[in-house]
Design a protein around this ligand. Sequence first.
Ligand SMILES: Nc1ncnc2c1ncn2[C@@H]1O[C@H](COP(=O)(O)OP(=O)(O)OP(=O)(O)O)[C@@H](O)[C@H]1O
Length: 231
Amino acid sequence: MSELHLSGVTVSRGAGPVVSDVDLTLRQGEILALVGPNGAGKTSLLESISGVIGHSGGDIAIDGESIAKWKRVQRSRAGIAHIEQGRAIFPSLTVRENLLLTAKTDAAVQEVLASFPELQKRIDSQAVLLSGGEQQMVVLARAFASRPRFLLIDEMSLGLAPVVFMRLLPLIQQFAESGVGVLLVEQFTHLALGIANDAMVVSSGRVSHAQAPAAALRDDEAMLRQAYLGG
Ligand SMILES: Nc1ncnc2c1ncn2[C@@H]1O[C@H](COP(=O)(O)OP(=O)(O)OP(=O)(O)O)[C@@H](O)[C@H]1O
């Protein structure tokens, strides 16, 4: 099993660093919840891992090999997938066509659908006609079909009711159980901590609670308050 490791990573945008000196280890088969208030730098950190933006300090490595100089496409080929904020579907394409973008063959689409039975019924519907929750299932299924080793998920629940998002959680768990390392950024902190192995808190661009078993954070009200509010 592989490990994605960040050591002392700093990400800068415009005037200066937005997140500094982050250490974390993402292991295949595990979920690491990254929580923190708005503007803490979570999105920027994920973007620096997948290569959307560069990092200005520290190192990012897979199994000890630095990927710091790799472009986004190389990181994607190495198995880093990134579900960015917002519903990244192609609305005018059908669900099948959306899945074929990563699944490549009909047989591969069928294989993915086995894990997403709710989508089976909507396979020939235009994605725009799906509910918000179903659209996010398409996004997850597409990521699933690309067979990543590491999956970065940035606030999939935006615009969804908690009850709708809760239907996505077993799918994310299934991802991890199949051997994917999932880095989960999520506004519904309690829900994220409920499925995570490990958790960490970023606040005002700094790690305020280092990576540790998620159970410790679940029971720490003061820490949770900080995770929500940055206070
Ligand atoms: N494209 C950009 N150019 C300049 N600054 C940016 C850019 N995107 C984000 N920032 C700034 O970087 C800081 C961190 O933002 P980031 O989106 O990474 O945090 P976040 O924790 O993901 O917050 P949110 O939950 O609101 O997305 C913020 O101060 C934000 O204003």
